[in-house]
Design a protein around this ligand. Structure first.
Ligand SMILES: N[C@@H](CCC(=O)N[C@@H](CS)C(=O)NCC(=O)O)C(=O)O
Length: 234
């Protein structure tokens, strides 16, 4: 894996990612794979559409679980992440206050979506008793469920922004994440998860990388320009 600065837009990055956004994937090798050897055995971040051991009557519940995760995912893409950048790029105090409230509210909405899903996939409510089936049903909530050890899709999607809220937004905007015992326990599990930890940089590196956004200096960032012009994120 090569490291690049996406703000310098080096030519070899633009070759694989035309907007110069990371991550970019370059397939330098041609892969030949027999369909008969194609397997999908790795862990999935999404709840299974069905579970081999599920009773027929539970199939809808499994599909619903996946749909609820997609709803959360859409909320992160459309509300949480853009609100993060609007807040960080806002320069005058009034704009910072309203963007901060908007970001705060987007996180509370996400927590509301977790709580809704937790109720809807409740194994007891759905008559699910088998251990494997129970685990599969709640797997979409990832580490939100105390006792689940595997990261879920939403943990992976929102974790980096919540982590940046604790260092970048705290530093540049004095931001505090919403309180809540369950929310905080989830954040602890997420931020201490070994896979999550392996993706983290030092706080200094985060502060340095996001300084360009915090002062909204003219720069080459596609993300910053999209926010400044009110467009959706690239
Ligand atoms: N939806 C995008 C998200 C990627 C993205 O926004 N990456 C940021 C990570 S720092 C980036 O490359 N920014 C550089 C820029 O804003 O020009 C994708 O995966 O293609």
């Amino acid at each position: 894996m090569d490291e690049v600065d996406p703000y310098k837009k080096p030519k070899d990055l633009l070759e694989v990612s035309p907007k110069g956004l990371v991550p970019g994937l370059s397939m330098r090798v041609r892969l030949f794979w027999s369909i008969s050897t194609k397997s999908n055995k790795g862990p999935s971040l999404l709840p299974p559409i069905t579970n081999p051991s599920a009773k027929r009557s539970h199939l809808t519940t499994f599909k619903d679980a996946r749909a609820l995760v997609r709803l959360q995912s859409d909320h992160i893409n459309r509300s949480v992440v853009p609100a993060f950048y609007r807040f960080l790029q806002a320069q005058d105090l009034d704009a910072q206050i309203s963007a901060g409230k908007e970001y705060h509210a987007s996180i509370e909405t996400l927590v509301g979506l977790f709580e809704r899903m937790e109720k809807e996939v409740d194994p007891a409510k759905n008559g699910v008793t088998g251990e494997g089936e129970k685990k599969a049903l709640t797997s979409g909530l990832g580490l939100w469920i105390d006792g689940n050890e595997d990261l879920g899709w939403v943990d992976v999607m929102v974790g980096p922004w919540l982590y940046r809220s604790k260092n970048v937004l705290k530093h540049y905007r004095g931001f505090e994440l919403p309180p809540g015992t369950k929310f905080n326990k989830w954040l602890d599990r997420l931020f201490q998860h070994p896979y999550f930890r392996r993706t983290c940089s030092t706080d200094d590196l985060y502060l340095d990388s996001y300084e360009r956004y915090a002062f909204n200096r003219p720069n080459t960032s596609q993300v910053a320009n999209a926010i400044n012009s009110g467009r959706g994120l690239p």
